[in-house]
Design a protein around this ligand. Structure first.
Ligand code: VG1
Ligand code: CO
Length: 543
């Protein structure tokens, strides 16, 4: 077996977005495209000779081919060992767990998360550091810079490695360890939650339904919910991972998880419903005919954390992404702990967790997690909820309503305008920037603008500055309108509009969020001129 150095031309479009590099499969299938990006990673991370890596993906189309290429490149780049999930599978939180448990130098995760999969759909790749978390912006910038000048990559000439059975093989001088993708993760979950209490809850007739959306979490959910916790087999639906996720969007929200939503709002609705996304890091939580917004879910987990085994000692602090509602801020205040506000994307939480400043983190985009790993974690959130329900012995709806009564309710909604022409989306953002000077002090109905800015963040641990993280229009009563461009799409531009209004009065908490936010939505459309500038009357998705 020999190492080949292959001459290549750089690509100009390998800039990692919110969560790694995401492109259509045919883009990745171009000659040298994946190889160039992987070499750019290896050249940027300065791994010492003999370092080890974790490798796995969500099983989408092109996963297997990519895994073989990366293994051969790792062997040619001096790594001594790669831990790879059986058949190339690892959910994102499981990959994070394995990096931490086996103290590897880092890991490569193959996923485009909630984006559809298939020969013409999306694929993605990202690098995670030794803490198990997505590489910081400093590292992703270095990878991008490298990709623009790369002139060659190294790869081992070798046959493909058999990956369908656990065990050890070698590839050139490198060891390849095929590991069970589920067991390390399941063990970690058992250490955090009271499995006996959850088992008793389920045995007592509490019915659950988990929708794996034909994505990576199917085997994880079956092992944990069915085998270890004793839920009936039919508690997990769409449990077999498919390369194209059955043709759907593996995105756990009310629009795309419609199979589950129908069941949870039906006559025979179970007591608890949940879904996760393509790579298993997102979660949606439902009660019987009741939806929990991700921002509320984060606030609730924080408020009830000490009821849960792994969090009994309390929380060091909390972090939420800027667009996430301020519901959790009030919980932090009542617990007398700090709440950090970071830019969108899990990579901004890593430093805070490593420094012991925060325990729980969350995003409005159906992402919640804690310092048990360095990624958001879909099944973890489900187990956290089940543990709370097992202790409180109340329905999901009651728990949420009691929370609102105590802390007030943040009405919240996100409008996504997907697949816009880039120019149109940019023009909305530019127009907003140009309005900054004129807006403060202006009244719109019952709302008065207090300030507006473009959110920037100084990492309190390493001092790095991230600018341009989203336009904020903040009102004097605490309501907010936020606009930002997505960094995970692969086609045109996606504009996200986030709306939040606080309501202290419990007699108004029963309102529908769209109803409660009606006026604010009109104000947002008016200030941004979104409809005229993009030609779109309606958003593609409302969450
Ligand atoms: C979206 C979400 C963000 C999340 C990111 C990755 O990013 O808004 O909160 O961290 O996806 O999630 P953007 O830039 O498109 O708004 V996942 O589940 O793709 O790893
Ligand atoms: Co995801």
């Amino acid at each position: 077996m020999s190492i080949r150095t292959v001459a290549t031309q750089p690509f100009s479009d390998q800039k990692p977005g919110t969560s790694g590099l995401r492109k259509k499969v045919p883009v990745f299938q171009q000659q040298n495209y994946l190889e160039n990006f992987v070499q750019s990673i290896f050249d940027s991370i300065a791994a010492p000779k003999g370092a080890s890596l974790v490798l796995g993906g969500d099983g989408r189309f092109y996963n297997r081919e990519a895994i073989q290429i990366i293994l051969k490149m790792a062997a040619a780049n001096g790594f001594s060992e790669v831990l790879v999930g059986r058949s190339g599978i690892l959910s994102t939180p499981a990959a994070s767990c394995v990096i931490r448990k086996y103290k590897t130098y880092g890991g490569i995760i193959l996923s485009a998360s909630h984006n559809p999969g298939g020969p013409k759909e999306d694929f993605g790749i990202k690098y995670n550091s030794s803490n198990g978390g997505p590489a910081t912006e400093t590292v992703t910038e270095a990878i991008y810079a490298k990709s623009k000048t790369l002139s060659s990559y190294r790869i081992l000439d070798a046959a493909d490695v058999a990956l369908d059975k656990p065990g050890e093989t070698t590839l050139g001088g490198m060891k390849v360890k095929v590991i069970d993708p589920v067991s390390d993760y399941a063990e970690l979950m058992e250490s955090l939650f009271d499995f006996a209490a959850i088992r008793a809850l389920l045995k007592g007739g509490f019915k659950i339904r988990f929708d794996a959306m034909h994505a990576v979490n199917g085997p994880y959910a079956k092992e944990i919910l069915v085998t270890r916790l004793g839920a009936p087999v039919d508690s997990v639906m769409n449990a077999v991972p498919l390369e194209d996720f059955g043709g759907g969007h593996p995105d756990p929200n009310l629009t795309y998880a419609h199979d589950l939503v129908e069941i949870m709002y039906g006559a025979e609705a179970p007591d608890f419903g949940a879904a996760s996304d393509g790579d298993g890091d997102r979660n949606m939580i439902l009660g019987k005919r009741f939806f929990v917004t991700p921002s509320d879910s984060l606030a609730l987990l924080a408020a009830n954390a000490t009821l849960v085994t792994g969090y009994r000692q309390g929380l060091a602090g909390i972090a939420r992404s800027m667009p996430t509602s301020a519901a959790v801020d009030r919980v932090a205040k009542s617990l007398n702990i700090r709440c950090f506000e970071t830019p969108t994307g899990w990579k901004f939480f890593g430093n805070l967790m490593d420094a012991g400043k925060v325990t729980l983190c969350g995003e409005e985009s159906f992402g919640t997690g804690s310092s048990h790993v360095r990624e958001k974690d879909g099944l973890w959130a489900v187990l956290f909820w089940l543990n709370i329900v097992a202790v409180r012995k109340q329905s999901v709806e009651t728990i949420v309503r009691e929370h609102w009564a105590k802390f007030g309710r943040n009405f919240y909604s996100r409008y996504d305008y997907e697949g816009l022409p880039t120019d149109a989306a940019n023009s909305v953002m530019q127009h907003l920037h140009e309005s900054f000077a004129a807006l403060p002090g202006k009244a719109f109905g019952k709302y008065t603008v207090k300030t507006c800015d473009d959110f920037s963040y100084i990492d309190p641990v390493d001092g790095s500055l991230s600018k341009g993280q989203g336009v904020r229009i903040l009102f004097s009563d605490g309501s907010r309108i936020i606009f930002r461009l997505s960094g995970t799409g692969t086609e045109g531009a996606t504009l996200r509009m986030y709306l939040e209004a606080f309501e202290a009065d419990a007699s108004r908490h029963h309102q529908d969020a769209q109803e409660a936010l009606k006026e604010l939505i009109q104000i947002a459309l008016r200030i941004s001129e979104l409809q005229t500038r993009t030609g779109r009357e309606q958003p593609t998705v409302i969450t």
